[in-house]
Design a binder for this molecule. Structure first.
Ligand code: PHE
Ligand code: FE
Length: 284
């Protein structure tokens, strides 16, 4: 699995990877493609090839189709070029960032239909596993879904919802929603279960595990249930939540979360491997 600390987690002790010295107030930098070496482009090609091979029958159609249409197999992509395609498709743009950004900044970008993409690429030793999002995770994992209009709208609403959740003390709950959908979500399609989460789709191991392993639970998506459930940051997920459509994701997350945050404050957090009575573990 890949795991993503927030910038706040990092601030106690750990150091952030990435060069923040040229970032502006929104943490935006210029991508500066000249600085990538040929070896880094080659590493991207290897990452891309391995992962692209795993997608058929595992990734949802929009992911596969959008990835193809972006034409980014041949080296670390030019964010501005893809930004222009994305603007045409769904009105989103990509902004380059040095690495993790503060919650407020992240939400502000999403709320304005800007997706922050980390500029640096992992080292060859990190081919299989990386503990912090790099350009391969951010770009390969997240950008394809932004071509889907409903998902794109949802992610903007998520950004607005993040800004709203901050003074309501709802970020832990809201973060779980992001984790179990945008990062590790599964979707039911007429052809079977497929992955749409970026943490899955940028991982060589989890992409098969999440669909084929008998170990993890696969439970129908429910907003409140998801927001009560803790998650694993350093192993494969013990539970995946399954949506029926991106429309469902949009509609189910549209209601005001204020009373939900208040309610969840008094409820126990559910361990990641919980199966509640009445819930069905959707066997594969
Ligand atoms: N509906 C949520 C609220 O009122 C905001 C939100 C929308 C959160 C979409 C996540 C996704 O707080
Ligand atoms: Fe991510």
């Amino acid at each position: 699995a890949e795991f993503f600390k927030t910038m706040e987690d990092k601030s106690d002790g750990g150091t952030l990877r990435g060069d923040y010295t040229h970032a502006d107030a929104q943490y935006v930098v210029t991508q500066n493609r000249d600085l990538y070496t040929e070896a880094q482009h080659e590493l991207w090609r290897r990452l891309y090839d391995r992962q692209a091979r795993l997608l058929p029958g595992r990734a949802c159609d929009v992911f596969i189709d959008s990835l193809k249409s972006m034409d980014v197999a041949d080296g670390i992509p030019d964010f501005d070029a893809i930004s222009r395609q994305l603007m045409q498709a769904t009105g989103w743009t990509l902004v380059a960032v040095p690495g993790l950004v503060p919650d407020f900044t992240f939400f502000e970008h999403l709320a304005n239909r800007r997706f922050p993409v980390t500029v640096w690429l992992r080292e060859p030793e990190e081919f299989d596993y990386i503990a912090e999002p790099d350009v391969f995770h951010d770009f390969f994992g997240h950008v394809p879904l932004l071509f889907n209009p409903v998902f794109a709208d949802h992610l903007q609403e998520y950004g607005k919802g993040g800004l709203k959740a901050m003074p309501l003390d709802g970020l832990t709950n809201l973060g779980r929603l992001y984790w179990y959908t945008v990062e590790f979500g599964l979707i039911r399609t007429p052809q079977g279960l497929r992955a749409f989460g970026a943490g899955i789709l940028s991982s060589s191991g989890e992409i098969d595990h999440c669909l084929s392993s008998p170990q993890p639970r696969r439970i129908a998506f429910d907003v409140e249930r998801v927001m009560r459930t803790s998650y694993k940051i350093d192993s494969y997920q013990e539970t995946y939540f399954v949506i029926d459509s991106f429309e469902q994701l949009f509609i189910d997350t549209a209601p005001d979360f204020t009373p939900i945050y208040a309610r969840l404050r008094d409820m126990d957090v559910l361990p990641a491997n919980t199966l509640l009575t009445g819930e069905i573990d959707q066997k594969i």
